[in-house]
Write a protein that binds this ligand. Structure first.
Ligand code: GLA
Ligand code: ZN
Length: 654
């Protein structure tokens, strides 16, 4: 377990470094991330490297017992490189991004690739055996390389050629006969853009371009990873992911890395409040193991406009929340608010004046606690019986054709996630390629693109006793993003014991359903009218065109059960029905947790650590199992603990 900070020594006078390093040590900080934007300092002229300043900074830090994760600086190529070569990414109108912000490079451009390898090699050779350096961060916050430059257009066409072999096969796969789009030469194939009549390019072309753009970023990263593995095999390699960001396939990006890190700004000016728990679980699910937070909010956020100050205690609560969800390190962004540049108002632990104040004291408190509990927490990890499947391909296909409000991937994940958590069940959010049999219950948002392989994975899981929840719009397409001809849910209809007889895309409109147990709920987004083909009815529509027809069904299949949800309901529907399904699946739950308290387990060898994080500004009474040893916070009295605002309780449970 480690506490760290993102540090930019190049922004400050060298005479200040010693004070910073001492203050860091006193706050319990033992790791810094450095250098990810300092290409112009490390290579001020082409081929002339200068690591002197970074060596001196590392020395000052190391003397205070602080180690370093170094970032490759390829998110901000220097001006001299851009002056010599045009490596700017193009937007859909082929307008170059230009110099002066960041990410102004096309990751496919051979010149960018070459200079990326050169700076990575220079850095890694220089630091491979430096005692302070423990690992690497590739670039910074990668996105899919959705670029429209000539290089990308050429490479995309080559990619298509490898994939389809012939134009005949491509024309057939995409159905280019529609609107007279049959291609007779590879060079005719466009990059899809948001066109005059909307995002109206062929959905098959779109999906392949999204796949290509994502793979481009993965292959860019791979070149850096190969260099680091070759020159510094004893160092770890990670990257700072962005939580619910979904332009690229995070599973693929993480394959080459040792573990995932991510940047958590619960109150950042673009983030949605309250999503941190979900984002932590999504990030843990990418490699199915513990992760780091590489940037954890430590102050007021903002570029041109600023956010609110985190409430006293909130920074510490967020940090413990990260650990509760599986973070093994929390690295705060950033050490001190910068005096210049775009992020002048993205506040760090220290203000511009550099004087340790309240936020420094709050981080120090967390640092002291984390270091004290380190031995207890090392090697522990969350371990859950419920999973929600995550897929970037499904997500992109729904971005390409959102169909109605409310069908977006994370909207769907959220409905299941928040309800499971409300009901006291911990959740893993995983790829369909993980070992599904570990789980007693799996909820699947619209598995819109359904392959034979995925069908087998899901049906095997149910046959052997798993409980599966399917959502509307399952099995609509094949992997080409072409509609299937089988009745929906196409390849899964036998396992589901239902067929979709008709559907009504509700969007924001509403209908009502009644459970067989009598309760009624409002539904929206989508309504499938189900035909029962072996399944039993769980709910019927009570209004409108489908009144009296099944909306939710349950089917025994092999040793397991498939629930088909033909519609999306208000939260109360899930809190009722998912509660019953959790019981049917014999999922262990923490009962009676208030909605704004995040309760999580980490465990190791039968020992469990319970985390209770009060995310609200009011006191909350939380039930605690008997026989607990308090590790942090007050001991429970009569089976409950009173958590003051933003307070944290950590307990060892036998
Ligand atoms: C991201 C980046 C950082 C910084 C912060 C704050 O997470 O990785 O470099 O820009 O946002 O804006
Ligand atoms: Zn490009």
């Amino acid at each position: 377990m480690r506490v760290g900070v993102d540090y930019y020594p190049e922004h400050w006078e060298e005479s200040r470094w010693q004070i910073d390093a001492r203050l860091m040590r006193e706050a319990g900080i033992s790791v810094v991330r450095l250098a990810e934007f300092s290409w112009c300092k490390m290579e001020p002229e082409e081929g002339k490297y200068d690591f002197g300043w970074l060596d001196r900074a590392l020395e000052v830090l190391y003397k205070e017992g602080i180690q370093a994760v170094l970032g490759t600086p390829t998110a901000t190529p220097p001006a001299w490189l851009h002056q010599r070569y045009d490596i700017y990414p193009r937007d859909a109108r082929r307008y170059p991004l230009g110099f002066g912000t960041r990410l102004q490079r096309c990751l496919n451009h051979p010149v960018m690739r070459r200079y990326s390898r050169l700076i990575t090699e220079a850095m890694v050779s220089h630091y491979a055996n430096h005692p302070a350096v423990i690992g690497w961060q590739t670039d910074n916050e990668f996105e899919a390389n959705l670029c429209y430059c000539d290089v990308c257009a050429d490479l995309f066409r080559q990619w298509l050629q490898r994939k389809y072999g012939s134009l005949e096969a491509l024309n057939k796969a995409w159905g280019t006969v529609f609107w007279s789009q049959e291609y007779s030469s590879w060079s005719q194939i466009p990059l899809p853009w948001v066109a005059r009549c909307g995002q109206s390019h062929n959905p098959s072309l779109w999906l392949d371009y999204r796949r290509f753009a994502s793979e481009s970023t993965v292959s860019f990263q791979r070149e850096q990873v190969e260099i680091i593995r070759r020159l510094a095999p004893h160092h770890f390699i990670t990257h700072n992911f962005m939580g619910l960001h979904d332009s690229m396939d995070y599973f693929a990006l993480a394959e080459d890395l040792d573990f995932v890190s991510w940047d958590n700004y619960p109150k950042g000016n673009w983030e949605e409040a309250g999503h941190a728990a979900l984002a932590h679980d999504v990030m843990r699910g990418i490699k199915g193991k513990n992760f780091w937070v590489m940037e954890e909010q430590s102050g007021i956020t903002g570029w041109e406009h600023v956010g609110r100050r985190p409430a006293p205690g909130q920074i510490r609560a967020w940090a413990w929340q990260a650990v509760a969800h599986g973070a093994d390190a929390v690295v705060f962004f950033r050490w001190r608010s910068c005096l210049y540049g775009t992020e002048q108002y993205w506040h760090g632990i220290l203000n511009h004046d550099g004087v340790p104040r309240r936020r420094y004291r709050e981080v120090s408190r967390f640092g002291e606690e984390m270091n004290r509990l380190s031995a207890e927490l090392d090697g522990t990890t969350p371990n859950h019986q419920v999973a929600i499947l995550n897929s970037y391909e499904q997500n992109w296909a729904l971005q390409i054709q959102p169909q109605v409000n409310g069908l977006r991937w994370w909207d769907q994940v959220r409905r299941y996630y928040h309800s499971f958590r409300r009901l006291g069940a911990g959740v893993d959010i995983v790829s369909i390629e993980t070992d599904l049999k570990r789980y007693r219950l799996i909820a699947v948002p619209s598995w819109y693109i359904l392959t034979e392989r995925d069908t087998h994975r899901l049906t095997d899981y149910v046959r052997e006793g798993g409980i599966l929840i399917l959502s509307p719009r399952t099995g609509v397409k094949d992997e080409r993003n072409v509609c299937r001809t089988e009745p929906l849910p196409s390849l899964l209809r036998e396992a589901a014991g239902v067929e979709v007889d008709d559907y009504d895309p509700l969007g924001d409109a509403q209908n009502r359903i009644r459970l067989s147990t009598g309760e009624e709920f409002t539904v929206s987004v989508w309504a499938d009218a189900l035909l029962l083909k072996g399944a039993e009815e769980v709910a019927v529509y009570t209004h409108s065109i489908f009144a009296g027809e099944p909306a939710i069904a349950r089917h025994r299949y092999g040793k397991g059960v498939v629930y088909t949800f033909g519609t999306y309901g208000e939260p109360a529907l899930y809190n009722t029905l998912l509660g019953r399904i959790l019981d049917e699946a014999r999922v262990e739950r923490l009962a009676g947790i208030p909605a704004d308290v995040d309760a999580c387990w980490r465990e190791k060898d039968g020992t469990r650590i319970l985390f209770l994080i009060n995310l609200s500004g009011e006191e909350r009474a939380v039930p605690v199992p008997s026989e607990v040893t308090p590790l942090l916070g007050a001991p429970p009295q009569q089976g409950a603990v009173n958590l003051p605002p933003y307070e944290v309780g950590i307990y060892r449970v036998r």
